[in-house]
Write a protein that binds this ligand. Structure first.
Ligand code: PCA
Length: 205
């Protein structure tokens, strides 16, 4: 059976919930004949990548789909690129701030995601879920994890398709932020399942 490793994050930045972590609990055990192996990551530069890379090594999944929250966006946004940079005014959940810091000085400036993004967008649109490709995951912990995973997979020659998808706020998060878009968890679930179906169709067990 094909295995898709899917990750989400804990809440951060004073929020009580992270849609990506909440979604992990709602996704089914299998999608289109692929088993979903779920992993919740801490919002920490230091801890998140170690946990994820170890799981990739042990599990050797057929694909890796990473999820995170992008507050303020109104659509589900697969990221097409991860950059070799940590740079954010925000501190992570371990209290760490990183400014203009290369992740791996010897590594390429960026990696393109290797998921079938066009097919994922088409599948989400087909079920009416607002979505668009994003060209920047920022330079905080989501981009960090995405870059670390793509660099690891490339360096080890694993050939595992991998990429990141950012999710909007949940309605309860947007309530206290007037004018901020949100998406119900049920719609996120529908969209991410459709995207995962496209991923499953593109991989071989
Ligand atoms: N979003 C943050 C980190 C964790 C998350 O869910 C980001 O976009 O970097």
């Amino acid at each position: 059976m094909k295995i898709i490793l899917i990750t989400g994050f804990e809440p951060f930045g004073g929020e009580r919930v992270n849609p990506s972590g909440a979604l992990l609990d709602h996704l089914p055990e299998t999608v289109a004949g692929a088993a979903l192996c779920k992993l919740l990551l801490p919002v920490s530069y230091r801890k998140s990548a170690d946990l994820l890379l170890e799981r990739i090594d042990v599990l050797q999944p057929n694909a890796l789909v990473m999820l995170g929250q992008a507050g303020g966006r109104g659509k589900i946004t697969p990221e097409c690129i991860a950059i070799n940079l940590n740079h954010s005014e925000s501190v992570d959940n371990a209290g760490e701030q990183r400014i203009n810091a290369r992740i791996h000085p010897e590594a390429p400036a960026a990696y393109f995601a290797t998921l079938p993004i066009d097919a994922m967008l088409q599948a989400m649109r087909a079920c009416g879920v607002p979505c668009a490709m994003s060209v920047s995951a920022g330079a905080f912990v989501c981009n960090h994890v995405s870059f670390e995973a793509l660099h690891h997979i490339s360096s080890k020659g694993y050939g595992i398709p991998a990429g990141f998808i950012h999710l909007p706020y949940l309605p309860e998060q947007a309530e206290e932020k007037p004018g901020t878009p949100a998406m119900p968890l049920s719609m996120m679930e529908q969209g991410v399942c459709a995207a995962l179906t496209a991923v499953a169709a593109s991989i071989h067990a």
